[in-house]
Structure formats: structure tokens, C-alpha cells
Design a protein. Structure first.
Length: 388
């Protein structure tokens, strides 16, 4: 390989330079401090594990399995996976490593790796930050998780214009079960819903059992009142459907009470990760951003693979994406070389005030420090910080 190509990085992988790295690190610290104040305990998980542990989501893990890099362990000969998501690892901790009785709350922040970008113009190595709540199947747990997610985004200066989308896979899932549809029909409907293809949906549902209900689910996906008005009485009275409908309605009301200025939208046929989630789903969007700022949902029973099935809900976000539009101007003070006690005291005091101080080396002058914004200057026998 020519020397000119040895410094190139793979597609979807990039360096983070000092200015942006400072923003990201500040955001990470603030986010973890915020989560700690809400009772979420920090955990670190290994970057690589046996593939069986990382594939603990059974059928629901097909997409995650495709996103996972796999290598052979030179010690054991077993297949290892580089984590593409930290949720299965935290589930393993909750189920087997740290089995807390009752509700357990965890948070994490670390790099994950994907075989391919998971969205348009996204990195293959996101810095994933998230929170997970295990041990409660109450709507209150989902409300808490959404509230924490919104609070974290507010901490990251995302307030104006953000939009919360709520959905619930239980509506579609219970309707499919009630209508006794086969897997092929279920997949076809899921595809039509996600493409918002109403004309195709109308044609496809004409001859389906409860076809008008499936059409109503797509036609009135964003309006719970209209949806309820256009569903058949048999479906409305179905216990599983009613439970999902009431959970979605109650969650919207509870979040609106906590965040009265927030715009909340409903989409009952937003079926991303349909086989992974088991209940409520939520995502937050900002203007001029196609991908969500943060997203999550309920995934009950996730720890079953490790011998301890527990109700669970959680969310995650990519700190790289959150920090993309932010910048941080850091004051860099240049101090002259020397060992004078007054000068060293001035340098130390400036650092105690949170300033970054660089003392010159050898024959260097201020111009040798490219990021310099201030300098220490001796004025009337007193060292003072002055702008450059």
C-alpha cells in the first residue's frame, strides 16, 4: 500500500479533533451526572464478548446480528462479537452479574461498532449513551424513562422545536393475533405501514379478516380519537388491544403534564424494531434532522436468555450526533517560561479557575500556541490574564 493511503480510515469511521472532542466529553460528563442524580447507576461493559451473549434477543436480534462484527477468539476458538449495542450487555448484568431485587436502574456510555452505517450520513462507531430500567412493567416506568430522556436532551441544549413521537407495538400485534394472520401477511402489512402506503394498504386489506380495522390503523395512525371511532367494537373490546391503546393514551397525557410546551405526536404504525420492542416506543426529533436525537421503548423479557426474564424499558442516543451542531470556545492562556514563584502561583491560580494554561518551552513565543486566546502579562509587579 502506498504511504499516501496508510493514514486513510475506513468509510464511516472518523477521528474526533480537539475542539469537537471537548464538546463531546463535556456532554458525556454532564449527561452521566444528570442520570446519576435520577438514580441511574453507571456500568462499564466489555467491548467484545462471546457472540451468544450479544445475541440474547433471539428472533428480535436479526438486525443487530447483521450489524455485529465477528472474530475468532485465539484463546478459546469460539466466536466473539464486537458490541453493536450495549442493551444486551446491561441485560446480562441485571440478570446474572448484578441481580438486584426489585427495580434496577443503569446507565452507560461507550463506543459501539456497526458493520454498516445504521442511517444516512451516520458513523459506524457511535458513542452510545443510554439508560435502562429493569423490574417494572408499570406505565410509570415508561413515563419516567421518557421524562429522563427529555431531561437529558434539555441538558444538552435541545429544547426549542423538539418533537416526541409515541407508538405502541401492542396495537398492531394484538390485531394481527385477533385476525389470526400468517407471518407473510404480517410482514406485508408492516411494510405498508412503514412506507405510509395508504392506497396499497386499502387494496391489500380489502379481503383480510378485520381488513377495515387494519386500514383504520394506518389511516388514523396519528389520531387516537379518530382511530377509536373507526375501529370495530370487537377490536376495541379486545383486552390486549385495549391495554395497549390505554397505555399509549395515558403515557401521552402524563408526559404532556410534565412537559406542557412539548409537541407530542402519535404514530401507532411506527414499527421500527417491531420484533424487538414489546410495548411503548418513543423517539425525539429536532428540526432539520432526519434521524432521532434519542429513541427507546419497552422490551420485556430481555434477560430470559440469561435465566432471569424481567420487564425493561430504556433509551439510547449517539453523543456524536448530539454534539454535531454544538461548539465550545475554550480559553487557552499562554504563560512565559520561568520558575519565578509569583509566575508559578499565577499559573496555578489560573488553572484553579478552570483556565487552560500552557507555559512556553525553550525559545517559543505566543505565536507557537495556535489555540492561544489569552496570555499572562506582568503589570505593575502583578501577573494578569489579558486577551490576545
Amino acid at each position: 500500500m502506498p504511504i499516501s493511503e496508510t493514514w486513510l480510515l475506513p468509510d464511516g469511521v472518523a477521528d474526533v479533533l480537539p475542539e469537537q472532542a471537548q464538546v463531546i466529553e463535556t456532554l458525556r460528563r454532564d449527561a452521566l451526572d444528570f442520570l446519576a442524580l435520577r438514580g441511574y447507576q453507571l456500568v462499564y461493559t466489555p467491548f467484545i464478548e462471546y457472540i451468544e451473549s450479544l445475541s440474547s434477543l433471539s428472533e428480535s436480534n436479526q438486525d443487530l446480528d447483521l450489524a455485529t462484527f465477528k472474530v475468532i477468539d485465539q484463546l478459546s476458538g469460539r466466536l466473539l462479537g464486537v458490541r453493536a449495542d450495549m442493551t444486551p450487555q446491561v441485560a446480562r448484568i441485571d440478570a446474572h452479574v448484578h441481580p438486584v431485587h426489585g427495580v434496577a436502574r443503569y446507565c452507560y456510555a461507550g463506543t459501539v461498532l456497526h458493520t454498516k452505517p445504521q442511517g444516512f450520513n451516520t458513523t459506524r462507531a457511535p458513542l452510545q449513551l443510554g439508560a435502562e430500567l429493569f423490574g417494572s412493567d408499570s406505565i410509570d416506568a415508561d413515563v419516567e424513562m421518557i421524562d429522563v430522556m427529555l431531561g437529558l436532551l434539555k441538558k444538552a441544549n435541545f429544547v426549542q422545536g423538539i418533537h416526541l413521537d409515541l407508538g405502541h407495538v401492542g396495537l398492531f400485534r394484538s390485531l394481527v393475533k385477533h385476525a389470526a394472520l400468517n407471518k407473510a401477511t404480517e410482514r406485508r402489512l408492516s411494510d405498508l405501514y412503514q412506507r405510509k402506503a395508504l392506497p396499497e394498504l386499502a387494496e391489500f386489506t380489502q379481503d383480510l379478516n378485520f381488513g377495515q380495522d387494519f386500514y383504520a390503523l394506518g389511516r388514523y395512525a396519528s389520531d387516537l380519537e379518530q382511530l377509536q371511532a373507526h375501529l370495530s367494537a370487537e377490536i376495541i373490546e379486545d383486552p390486549a388491544f385495549k391495554q395497549a391503546f390505554d397505555a399509549l393514551s395515558s403515557t401521552k397525557s402524563a408526559i404532556q403534564a410534565r412537559w406542557p410546551e412539548l409537541h407530542i405526536g402519535i404514530d401507532v404504525v411506527e414499527l421500527r424494531s417491531y420484533h424487538y420492542h414489546t410495548g411503548l416506543m418513543y423517539a425525539v426529533y429536532a428540526p432539520n434532522r432526519a434521524a432521532p436525537l434519542a429513541q427507546g421503548g419497552r422490551y420485556d423479557g430481555i434477560g430470559e436468555h440469561f435465566g432471569r426474564a424481567r420487564p425493561a424499558t430504556g433509551f439510547s442516543c449517539d453523543l456524536y450526533a448530539l454534539s454535531a451542531s454544538q461548539c465550545k470556545q475554550v480559553a487557552v492562556v499562554v504563560a512565559p517560561k520561568g520558575t519565578d514563584a509569583a509566575l508559578l502561583d499565577a499559573i496555578e491560580n489560573s488553572r484553579k479557575q478552570g483556565l487552560s494554561v500552557i507555559q512556553l518551552l525553550g525559545d517559543d513565543d505566543v505565536s507557537s500556541v495556535a489555540a492561544a486566546t489569552h496570555q499572562l502579562v506582568l503589570v505593575d509587579a502583578q501577573w494578569q490574564v489579558q486577551s490576545i
